[in-house]
Design a protein around this ligand. Structure first.
Ligand code: HSE
Length: 426
């Protein structure tokens, strides 16, 4: 039986899961491929000891992987840009296919890696780079290759979904929930990339590039995180029939792409509203298939490793020149400016409670062409909290209104806003 050697770079959470799956599922992998796919070498540049690996398997030199003719597939799980970029490029140039979970690298340097793979007729697979175990990339690249996806709404970051779900369920404040999530291992010691939206932005760049067949890089994805979401916003969302989620939102508008990440109000009966805890989900909309939702774990050792092993099997089963191309960005679609996107907003402002204040505020929205859907005012001595929901309007008009409203002497602090999504069909 033909043997396919796998070289593994990185033996952390996901890497050790890949080692375990290759060992424990060897029989299934053989049935799926007709080949003996085995772990040939593991490289950890920093050096390490792992009781489940024999010493002959371990090396601290990447050269031992790239120069080994028995290794056909290199799995890069060290993360970050350098030296992952150099390692992946060297592996592809050496005629080895690459599987990775590295979202930052694919979303920033995908173009050059795909080119290297084209030159040597090798494969570059990255299912685990977005939404962990959920096979969304395979579905977009293969199953939906002929469907025109028009919108993607994604809960693509487990940390923030855990934090927002806990705030919703308990009414607790953001800082307290983040501390608790860190203690339970649901949030990193430094969760900046998660709570700031960058992790989700990288994943949305990858998903939208495939869905829209046009390159979207991390730099193209404007992102806002969840650090400004308060327990008060959560309570208002609940009383209006919404939940707050950190959403990746990719839309084709007039044939152009707009890809962003921001916290959003979602109607509580929207399918994504029920995605709780550290789970992820991607909701796809198209005129051809209506709506599809994919749901599952976005992280974790064995769940993510299952996506990596799925990619290894896909490579082994894809004949050279087969239909699964590396780069699916065969179009050059322009970006739609965010200022022109029509969005609905929830707003919260603290104002002086005296005659004429509400009138001044509503007059500004009227002058800017922004229509108000609902207003709730709650008085507290001489100060009142004003909560408004707006009808959809161009974002430039809403932001212009907010700048003017925030400048009124009677408005205390800066107005806060959260977009409302998921209320309209395709
Ligand atoms: N840190 C990510 C999350 C998992 O919280 O979803 C890896 O992408």
């Amino acid at each position: 039986m033909e043997r396919i050697g796998v070289g593994l770079l990185g033996y952390g959470t996901v890497g050790s899961g890949v080692g375990k799956l290759l060992r424990e599922s060897a029989g299934e992998i053989q049935l799926a491929t007709g080949k003996d796919v085995y772990l040939r070498r593991v490289c950890e540049v920093a050096g390490f000891t792992h009781s489940d690996l024999g010493s002959a398997l371990i090396t601290s030199s990447f050269d031992d992987i790239v120069s080994d003719p028995q290794i056909q597939i290199v799995v890069e799980l060290i993360g970050g840009i350098h030296p992952a970029l150099e390692f992946q490029t060297a592996a592809l140039n050496a005629g080895k296919s690459v599987v990775t979970a590295n979202k930052q690298l694919i979303s920033q340097h995908g173009h050059e890696l795909f080119e290297a793979a084209e030159v040597t007729h090798t494969h570059l697979r990255f299912e685990a780079s977005a939404v962990g175990a959920v096979p969304v990339i395979k579905v977009l690249r293969e199953s939906l290759a002929a469907a025109q996806v028009q919108r993607i709404f994604g809960i693509v970051n487990g940390t923030t979904n855990y934090v927002l779900s806990a705030m919703t369920d308990t009414g607790a404040a953001y800082d307290d929930v983040v501390r608790q999530a860190q203690a339970l291992g649901f949030a990193e010691a430094d969760p900046t990339e998660d709570v700031g939206g960058k992790d989700a932005a990288a994943k949305m760049a990858i998903l939208s590039s495939i869905a829209f067949h046009s390159r979207v890089t991390l730099a193209d994805v404007q992102h806002e995180g969840i650090t400004a979401v308060t327990a008060t916003d959560m309570a208002h969302a609940r009383s209006f029939g919404y939940v707050i989620k950190l959403l990746g939102v990719a839309k084709l508008i007039d044939g152009r792409m707009n890809v962003r990440v921001y916290p959003a109000f979602l109607p509580k009966d929207h399918p994504l509203a029920g995605v709780k805890g550290a789970y992820n989900a991607v909701f796809l909309e198209s005129e051809s298939f209506d709506k599809i939702m994919l749901f599952g774990p976005g992280a974790g050792s064995v769940p993510t490793a299952s996506a990596v092993v799925g990619d290894i099997i896909s490579i082994v089963n894809t004949a050279p020149g087969g239909f699964v191309r590396n780069c699916t960005c065969y179009k050059d679609v322009a970006f739609y400016p965010s200022e022109r996107v029509e969005s609905s907003f929830y707003l919260r402002l603290q104002v002086e409670d005296k005659p004429g204040v509400l009138g001044k505020i509503t007059a500004i929205f009227g002058e800017e062409g922004v229509s108000i859907r609902s207003v709730v005012q709650t008085g507290r001595s001489d100060s009142a909290e004003l909560v408004m929901v707006l009808h959809p309007a161009p974002e430039a008009a809403v932001m212009g209104s907010l700048a003017r409203v925030g400048g009124l002497a009677e408005v205390q602090g800066s107005p806060s806003f959260i977009r409302v999504e998921g209320e309209d069909g395709v």
